[in-house]
Ligand binder design. Sequence first.
Ligand SMILES: Cc1ncc(COP(=O)(O)O)c(C=O)c1O
Length: 361
Amino acid sequence: MKPETQNSLTGTGGFDLKRLVRPNILALTPYRSARDDFKSGLLLDANENSFGSALGDQELNRYPDPRQEQLRSAVASFRNVKPEQVFLGVGSDEPIDLLIRIFCRPGTDRILITPPTYGMYKVSANINDVGVDEVPLNPDFSIDPDAFRSTSAVSRKILFLCSPNNPTANNLDRRHMTEIIASFDGIVVVDEAYIDFSTAQSMLTELDRFPNLVVLQTMSKSFGMAAIRLGMAFASPALIDIMNRVKAPYNVNNLTAAAAVDAINNREVMMRHIRDILSERTRLAESLAQINGIQKIFPSDANFLLVRMNNALDVYRRLAGMGIIVRYRGDQLHCDNCLRITVGTPDENNTLISALREVLN
Ligand SMILES: Cc1ncc(COP(=O)(O)O)c(C=O)c1O
């Protein structure tokens, strides 16, 4: 991290993406796939099966568009950014891993995370032999921008922020995030997997201001399409270009792309689900608050609640014994005796509420 007085990353010049990227990635000649050059004609260039797919669907015998043009423009217009600012991957987990591989030299560079937070940042770093440093959130799960000033920048290439945060469900303060992005001497990733459930505005509107900002979103939560595995990274065209050069050429398959375009074009269903989840979230929180033994329901801007209760581990095990599966988070920083509970359908929530009444009695 830079001293407060130096601030070369505010988008007014100074930010040097190339300085951060691993040299072997900068020097990379990407794989040129057959479909990079021609998409139509008599296609005998890619060793595809000319007789068609085993399912009889002609479309499936061809490799997908490596540039993902149709889906990128659908996502771009939906999120009000330019297609050149969109990277599409296999869930958000792919861009998380890709960013670590692009910027962090194994055994040398490090990432920063803010526990308690989503576990994949650390797992991806561990897989890539990249060290992890921690700047914990405050006990109320807010972020402390001053805590970053004292850390040194040299090899800390990426800071992962998560807002709304998993497992704590709160938004990080926007002003604090922008202060950190402006002063951090590396890439700041803001993971917005749950942004559509939040009252906060997406950080996408800051992309043009901060060339070191990457925003992650996913079709797994508000769109309810975890099975298709589609995640998005939004960043400057220069950074997206590097990500696209490094990704596997056909990472997003045709079935996923078609489903995603459909879901975006028919987004009223997604909007209705969000409304229903938000009203169930309120009802669930109010009902839980009346159960003896529940100590605290943390405010939520996501589709889950973090709930502190007596003997959470025991409660978790007893619920599991009744076939009700929630997530024990009591082993995470500041989350002692906490369970993370996804907002279910009204029936599912009723079952959970009765079970908790019984278990905590
Ligand atoms: C904060 C956060 N980011 C990313 C993901 C994963 O998203 P995807 O399904 O797109 O890989 C999750 C999933 O739980 C999450 O909580």
